[in-house]
Write a protein that binds this ligand. Structure first.
Ligand code: MCN
Ligand code: CUM
Length: 791
């Protein structure tokens, strides 16, 4: 896709923000320098589980450049040692009683420069009494397992929640009477979004005005402000959260981390602005991880391959504090779209959440609130079924996909899928990849394998079909900490016809400054170059819940279209007065109102804007100016979907996997900026290769984190990625004002299963039905060595 310059509306225009980014002129939190600014550093626990006997900060305080040392005891005097999480749990800001994961925050040093702050950490003397750690979620509920959250009254185990969805009795009945049942234990391991820029904040408390300003790379500035207001007891108008440019978020920057609170306290205590930026290891070890779901999947089917029911049992490892950011009523996120894209008679899942001595989090990394886990599970299970039935996985999927005439479709767990044509997307993907040709090549390879060739590379084809539910969310179903998930938008049109749009969501690389201008441009016919998009500053923008779960386009994008239409309607009244005709006689074409049947008689938006500002006797229904505001409450989620096909070559001797091709057909409804959409998909496909083949936050038995640097936590590069082959279908969302659905997480959700299915497809001759991610060379080699059919 090549970019065209500035179409007036939808189209692949170049990103407005890139002019500054590619010149290195972005303005990130760490670029901001305030007069007299101090620097903070966090002392972290070396143990996964230990009682704190004592903390001696005397030597650190004596450091000539140290201004303050803050401990849990200091915070306790302010009632800030613990903070609420987004899941109604509590999380230690600085540990007072115990440390509960390796890397947990224990003390905060404020010094004149960053180096001194870090140096002084070593002068703090903490005496720990190590305790046995719970690292494996499957052992967390064992009798006698160490209780992690003994801070909670009466807590005697590590259980967090039980959650279920679907009709259990009906589902069990179908399982009992089905011809075929397949079962598989599937792990979605702990991974980390690892954005380019780590988390950080600058807090500046002004004692004179009593106003607290926080620059922070948050994905949800308004939500953060409300939480700060609730915790600190300050009114919202005395708190300003500014999110400047953000170097990637991927769900890592949704929550409030102890470092932010410490920077705020540091500023209040010292009277100076305090900056805190974490380093890479701190980011990987302590901020929101993703997944860690132990899933048991079961599928009931007929012998000829009709899938009847799916049953799932999940053990969810949430780490030491239940800090996941997700709608309140969904402790397992939106996992219960595990029924995927298929026409089932029944489905049931139960999810049990447990504490372990690991960093908190779980909902991050382009997960669409845990749809990643759900999509991976069901797409793996369909392949397991195909394996048992000796059916082609494409044919099995085609047989079971929902049909276009079934939409809107009510899933067995109660979700209303808005629109789709699934078979068409899968057909397109199969055709694009040349499915039958590759199967033929593979058949020839397998003959050679049968004849004794155990060293040649084996080709595998993996398919994944996914449905997402994005755009949280309808207030009848969801809220976060009691906040309904709506978004405001304000549109001002200046006298010259140039416009400013203020929105509540927050770009971290998705290109909102461009695409939101395009939405207004499409509705009003003003050039997107003449529309400035303001976001990321709570003093400058209307309230709204922020960017995650690919909700910006579905919610804030809708708000933008609605507010622009309000402006257009106002412009119509003004145009009617200018042209001295009734508004009923006016017709719209992009950029102007004209008299029906007399196209030469019309007024452009710029002419109308100027008239509205003064030169005109105001007609009934306008107060002057064209400005409008709105708040959009989505009536439903949007359901983007896609069909992915991955082709790999696996070396059975070394276990190395090479992704040779990747075809992705995505449907996110109407595309505002196709080039940006494709960029989003490229990123997500790379994520899928990363998770399927290399990414893992591992721990040893004592809870030491083994994935705390980029030496151990591997990320895919261009070297591991093929040249992506994309296709698209467009099924507009029927309830969204412009028919768009979210896309920012689609490829991360959909692609891991395609890669894993491809690797296992290649290894089929060895009789390997399943292996868990990441399929590193060592993991593939072990699977081959341990296979039922010896290499
Ligand atoms: N878009 C479009 N047409 C559509 C849908 C989307 O042109 N039909 C455009 C949007 O206007 C927007 C972009 O695509 O510019 C993504 O839109 P959307 O799907 O609404 O997702 P959000 O803007 O809400 O972004 C959030 C999503 C999430 S949750 C994660 S995680 C993720 C992702 O975006 N984090 C990212 N993509 C990312 N991309 C970058 N570069 N950096 C991140 O941190
Ligand atoms: Cu789940 S990662 Mo995104 O929703 O910010």
């Amino acid at each position: 896709m090549t970019a065209t310059d500035t179409p007036i509306g939808y189209g692949s225009m170049k990103r407005k923000e890139d002019a500054r980014f590619i010149r290195g002129q972005g303005n990130y939190v760490d670029d901001i320098q305030l007069p007299g600014m101090l620097h903070g550093a966090v002392l972290r626990s070396p143990f996964a589980h230990a009682r704190i006997v004592s903390i001696d900060t005397t030597a650190a305080e004596a450091h000539p450049k140290v201004v303050a040392v803050i401990t849990g005891a200091t915070l306790a005097t302010l009632n800030l040692a613990w903070m609420p999480t987004l899941s109604y749990d509590t999380q230690a800001v600085l540990a007072t009683d115990k440390v509960r994961f390796q890397g947990q925050e224990v003390a905060f040093v404020v010094a004149e420069d960053r180096y001194a702050a870090r140096d002084a950490l070593e002068l703090i003397d903490v005496e720990y009494e190590p305790l046995p750690a719970v690292v494996d979620a499957r052992k967390a509920l064992d009798p006698g397992a160490p209780v992690i959250r003994d801070d909670k009254d009466g807590k005697t185990d590590n259980h967090i929640f039980d959650w279920s969805a679907g009709d259990k009795a009906k589902c069990d009945g179908i399982f009992a009477s089905s011809e075929v049942v397949v079962t598989e234990d599937v792990l979605y391991p702990r991974v980390h979004p690892a954005p380019l820029e780590t988390c950080g904040a600058i807090a500046d408390f002004d004692k004179v005005t009593g106003k607290l300003t926080i620059w922070c790379n948050t994905q949800a500035p308004h939500a953060h402000r409300t939480v700060y207001a609730m915790v600190a007891g300050l009114p919202e108008h005395k708190i300003r959260v500014i999110s400047p440019d953000i170097g990637g978020g991927f769900g890592n920057k949704v929550g409030i981390y102890p470092g932010y609170v410490c920077a705020i306290v540091g500023s209040i205590v010292t009277g100076k602005p305090v900056k805190w930026m974490e380093d890479r290891s701190e980011n990987l070890m302590s901020t929101s991880f993703a997944r860690d779901y132990h899933m048991k999947g079961e599928v009931a089917a007929t012998r000829d391959g009709r899938i009847r029911a799916v049953r799932v049992t999940v053990l969810a490892d949430h780490g030491a504090f239940n800090g996941t950011a997700q709608p309140t009523k969904y402790p397992a996120g939106f996992f219960h779209v595990f029924t995927g894209s298929y026409d089932l008679e029944a489905a049931y899942c139960d999810v049990k959440g447990v504490y372990t001595n690991k960093a908190p989090g779980g909902v991050a990394y382009a997960c669409s609130f845990r749809i990643t886990e759900a999509a991976y599970l069901v797409e793996r299970m369909v392949d397991v079924l195909a394996y048992e039935l000796k059916m082609d996985p494409a044919e099995l999927r085609m047989k079971n996909l929902l049909k276009p005439d079934q939409f809107p479709y009510l899933s067995p767990t109660g979700w209303e899928y808005d629109s789709g044509d699934y078979p068409r997307a899968l057909e397109m993907a199969l055709e694009k990849v040349g499915y039958s040709d590759i199967r033929e090549v593979q058949a020839a390879q397998r003959e050679r394998w049968e004849a004794g060739d155990r060293t040649s590379a084996l080709t595998g084809i993996g398919i994944s079909f996914f449905t997402e539910a994005v755009g949280a969310g309808p207030r009848k179903h969801m809220d976060i900490l009691g906040l309904g998930m709506a978004d405001g938008a304000e549109l001002r049109v200046h006298p010259t016809g140039k416009a400013v749009l203020r929105i509540s969501v927050q770009s971290q690389g998705q290109g909102h400054e461009t695409t939101y201008a395009q939405i207004v441009a499409e509705e009003l016919g003003i050039s997107p170059d003449d529309i400035e998009v303001v976001h990321g500053d709570t003093d400058q923008t209307p309230f709204g819940l922020g960017t995650y779960g690919s909700r910006s386009t579905p919610v804030s994008g809708a708000a933008t279209a609605v507010v622009a239409r309000k402006v257009r309607e106002r412009a119509k009244i003004v145009a009617g007065a200018m042209l001295e005709v009734s508004t009923e006689d006016l017709e719209w074409e992009k950029g102007r109102w004209f008299v029906k049947g007399d196209p030469d008689k019309g007024k452009t938006m710029a002419e109308i804007a100027l008239a509205a500002h003064g030169s005109l006797e105001l007609p009934e229904g306008v107060e002057g100016h064209l400005d409008a505001t709105t708040v959009y409450n989505p009536p439903n989620l949007t359901y983007p979907f896609g069909a992915y096909v991955c082709v790999v070559d696996v070396d059975p001797v070394t276990g190395q996997v090479k992704v040779r091709r990747f075809v992705a057909v995505d449907d996110c409804g109407v595309r505002i900026n196709p080039m940006i959409v494709e960029g989003q998909i490229h990123g997500g496909l790379a994520d899928g290769i990363g998770m399927a083949l290399m990414e893992l936050i591992a721990f040893d038995e004592d809870g030491n984190c083994l994935g705390g640097s980029f030496m151990d936590y591997l990320l895919p590069t261009a070297m591991e990625c093929p040249s992506w082959e994309l296709g698209e279908t467009v099924t507009p969302s029927p309830h969204h004002p412009i028919g768009a659905k979210g896309v920012g997480e689609s490829a991360t959700v959909g692609s891991p299963a395609a890669v894993v299915n491809a690797v296992l497809d290649a290894l089929k001759p060895y009789g390997i039905r399943h292996a868990d991610m990441p399929l590193t060379p060592a993991a593939v080699w072990r699977a081959v060595q341990g296979s039922p059919i010896r290499p």
